[in-house]
Design a protein around this ligand. Structure first.
Ligand code: ATP
Length: 371
């Protein structure tokens, strides 16, 4: 059983606040991904967990034990790094077992048996007698994973472990990590800047920005119900469209169009207490968020909705499985993900419709979702 608790965790480097008060509980056996842009504090959070950095403030608990000031070697966690961190002069086997004997926890027979088991699990038996320079990037990363697994740690801490692999291998290794996790059920905290990787791997995903947690949820909830503009724009590819509007009478109004918002069930279709309802009472500025895949060309989806507006095609980008249409209406520019092989030219007028249930509204000042 490994539960990890971070309480008001903070790390400063001189005048840089890398981690700015994080509260998080990682459940036993969970695969938790931390994602965010470069410099948001992901790696520092992981290094604090590993004990490679000392917290400026806050506490770290593992299995009910306060480990904030515990030496890294006494935390029983295994770290996997982006650059593999293998010893070049040692064979795969030595890299995997290095330092195990000195812990005093493993006999020679234990070590041999465990290496064989791990090598089989990771399909690296052939690599055990090779040195890293005679291995591909993917093979090196398997050895690095083997080194983490062989110790049977309480938790794996993985810092962008797939970033140095080519795109195809990365997808293959992603599936393998998922399989490995299903088999081992070891609590895993995985850091990446790649939202696709986060969404495919994480049972829960922590989105970070500027040293703070912006939202923690399952991948689907992050996609469907982003709590703020940052998460809305960070999760999803292509990114969510953001359009300045005014909300009045339950309608998002722009100079060039009016999009009625769906009701949320109260009297007159509006729940009196909801922030959106309050916003709807008076005219208020808001940011309307809608994903490119939630806009539709009316000619392709004639039954979708009555609400349509006309936009002008600026550029089209064929993506193979879809066509990304960059278009504009008045001063609002946005993207629509349409069916592939849709024939459109720059300057064409298109009639656009949308799924009203998939609209988001954000407060322009705080960025918080208000609907
Ligand atoms: P990346 O994806 O680029 O690795 P990250 O989200 O992992 O970024 P961190 O490496 O945790 O971000 O860094 C967070 C902030 O702390 C950055 O502004 C970084 O420059 C700063 N920082 C990290 N380590 C140190 C250090 N040892 N000394 C000074 N500043 C540091």
């Amino acid at each position: 059983m490994t539960t990890i608790k971070l309480r008001n965790l903070r790390k400063e480097f001189d005048d840089v606040v890398a981690v700015n008060g994080i509260d998080l509980t990682i459940e036993d056996g969970e695969f938790l991904v931390i994602v965010g842009p470069s410099g948001c504090g992901k790696s520092t959070t992981l290094r604090l967990l590993a004990g490679l950095e000392q917290a400026t403030d806050g506490r770290i608990g593992m299995n009910g034990r306060d480990v904030t000031d515990t030496e890294p070697k006494n935390r029983n966690v295994a770290m996997v790094f982006q650059n593999y961190a293998l010893y070049p002069h040692m064979t795969g086997r030595r890299n995997i077992t290095f330092g195990m004997k000195s812990t005093g926890s493993f006999t020679d027979e234990d070590i041999d048996r465990r290496v064989e088991e791990v090598a089989e699990t990771l399909d690296i038996t052939d690599l055990l007698d090779r040195k890293p320079q005679a291995m591909s990037g993917g093979e090196r990363q398997r050895i690095a994973l083997g080194r983490a697994i062989v110790r049977d740690p309480d938790a794996f801490l993985m810092d962008e472990p797939l970033s140095n692999l080519d795109a195809k291998l990365r997808i293959q290794m992603r599936a393998e990590l998922t399989r490995l996790h299903a088999e081992l059920q070891t609590t895993t905290i995985y850091v990446t800047h790649d939202q696709t990787e986060a969404m495919t791997l994480g049972e829960r995903v922590v989105v970070m920005n500027d040293g703070q947690i912006m939202q923690v949820d399952s991948p689907q909830v992050l996609y469907d119900f982003p709590e703020n503009r940052f998460v809305a724009e960070f999760i999803g590819d292509p990114a969510m469209n953001m359009i300045d509007v005014t909300v009045e009478h339950w309608t998002a109004v722009h100079d060039a169009f009016e999009l009625p918002l769906p009701s949320d069930g109260g009297e007159d279709g509006i729940t009196e207490t909801s922030p959106a309802a309050r916003q709807s009472k008076e005219q208020q500025a808001a940011i309307l968020g809608i994903r490119p895949e939630d806009f539709y060309l009316a000619r392709e989806y004639p039954d979708l909705g009555d609400e349509t507006f006309t936009a002008t095609v600026d550029v089209t980008e064929p993506l193979g499985d879809s066509l990304l249409i960059h278009c504009s209406v008045g001063d609002a520019a946005f993207k629509i993900q349409a069916e592939p092989r849709t024939s459109l030219q720059t300057g064409d007028e298109i009639t656009v419709t949308y799924d009203p249930e998939r609209l988001h509204l954000f407060d322009p000042e705080t960025g918080e979702a208000v609907y």
